[in-house]
Design a protein around this ligand. Sequence first.
Ligand SMILES: [Zn+2]
Ligand SMILES: [Zn+2]
Length: 318
Amino acid sequence: MVEDAGPGQMALGCPACPQPGINITQDTWSNDDPLWLLEPKLALDGNFKCDHLQMKRPEHDVWLRNGSAYLVNHSLYEKHLRVTNNLQDKSRCANHKAVNQANAHHKHVDTTGIGATACARHGFFMPHSVVDFKKGEQQKNMDFSVSEAMKYFTRLKGPGDLITPAITLIYDVMCQYGKHLDVRLSSGQFLERPTARIHQAVGKFHLGVHVDKCYALYSLNFLQGAGQTDGEVLETLWSSLNKVAGSTRAMSLAHRQEILDDCIRLVEENVYHWWQRACDESPKMQDAYEDLRWRITEEDLQDWDAKASQAAENRERC
Ligand SMILES: [Zn+2]
Ligand SMILES: [Zn+2]
């Protein structure tokens, strides 16, 4: 047991995401570099396989590791839930299950699933960001997760006071969740609204079932610096974690936290294989890009750039 470990301090943050002061230093940063390189992309999602049965004697539970890695501090999170109302509108977009079943009741369980925030590009769970759902996937659950995840980046400072200028949040129900997000983060007693700008997006798989208007507002295709990020990385992380869901269901809450923390750490080793694949694919992508670039005139390129900038500005105003 490490008594002094604070929230998330025993978790491994994503080594590939831009972190001013850690992997963005005087040696690696030039003032000519575009600031969007510093913008992390975070994916949010819920998982209903990792539920938990009510304990007969919860007072006998012993917390050896409470919030020091990926799952959040139990008592702090409970306080947040107690003082926060969940005034959630019915979805005005498609029939989103996560919105309309936010208050679904389940028998014999005290936790109906988990929610998390992960780095969308490299598939690392954010430290101190995995929360339990008490009913369905409620906004106040995900608010705590995303607030803790953003703190990881907004508290960093790099060379020349370089800070994270903006954060992109990607969620399958962002058109509903994002409506009053600023207000909830600013007013939450246990939440923090970062000064960094927040871009909102919907993952590419889920965006297909939204109404047409959501495509223009939330598509990652129109977000500068998003590259080919699909925003669905948590779906793949869940499939690995679900293998232990049957075992953790009947454990004590404290024991479950230790096991899930350890398993999340193991899931992250996938990144090494992704990196090897990226090294193999990179030259092929460079060739394809050069081939495409060669066919486009300089005038067309400038025209498209101007239109893309205008569209991005319009989107921010919506
Ligand atoms: Zn990352
Ligand atoms: Zn929508």
